[in-house]
Design a protein around this ligand. Structure first.
Ligand code: ITT
Length: 194
């Protein structure tokens, strides 16, 4: 099976992606001994995905893809957005971020939000981008223990379970990263059948 690096140190994301992309051997940054912190200092998701993918291509000369995800909350003018990982400050935990968001939305009735993922793929000397998003609302309390990040407070439209209450395969079918990854998979499939 052809090896494809997923430029992430996040084990949850790696597990989700391996469950979707079955015909490539997906390896993470730890697997290629890339233990450096890649500085994601762009102000867009596209920019950060590109920084991560290009870092791997330039330093390891191997085909790879990287993603960046943001949670965009309408009542907060799109925040935390590209800053979702460190919303509650540098080195904060997922729980710190959840607490900060629930606090910021206290008393606010408009709870509409979306997760958006951008994937940058570097393959055969070319760069391609794929996007996926899912609309939903931020709940008033946390529900569920599965997943990671903001999953316990994100209720996707049309469902009565938060992402943290859903089995991973259900989340993967409708999620931001799942949808972006499906586009990536269609592209990879079209390449292998050419
Ligand atoms: P890498 O940069 O190592 O890939 P990361 O944890 O920084 O991993 P992202 O930049 O993709 O991940 O996402 C930024 C933050 O958005 C992440 O730290 C989570 O808090 C949140 N997030 C991303 N995907 C999520 C998901 O599927 N469910 C809930 N929260 C998510």
């Amino acid at each position: 099976m052809k090896k494809l690096v997923f430029a992430t140190h996040n084990a949850h994301k790696l597990e989700e992606l391996r469950a979707i992309i079955k015909h490539f051997n997906i390896v993470g940054l730890t697997d290629i001994n890339c233990n450096e912190e890649i500085v994601e200092d762009a102000d867009t998701l596209e920019g950060n995905a590109k920084i991560k993918a290009d870092f791997v291509t330039n330093n390891f000369h191997i085909d790879c893809f990287a993603d960046d995800t943001g949670l965009e909350v309408d009542a907060l003018d799109g925040a935390p957005g590209v800053y979702s990982a460190r919303y509650a400050g540098e080195g904060c935990s997922y729980q710190d971020n959840v607490n900060k968001l629930l606090e910021a939305l206290k008393g606010i009735e408009n709870r509409k939000a979306r997760f958006r993922t951008v994937i940058a793929l570097n393959i055969n000397g070319e760069q391609h981008f794929f996007e996926g998003k899912v609309e939903g609302i931020i709940t008033k309390e946390q529900h569920g223990e599965k997943g990671f990040g903001y999953d316990p407070i994100f209720l996707p439209d049309g469902f009565d379970q938060t992402f943290a209450e859903m089995p991973m395969d259900v989340k993967n079918k409708i999620s931001h990263r799942g949808r972006a990854t499906q586009k990536l998979v269609e592209f990879l499939n079209s390449m292998t059948t050419k």
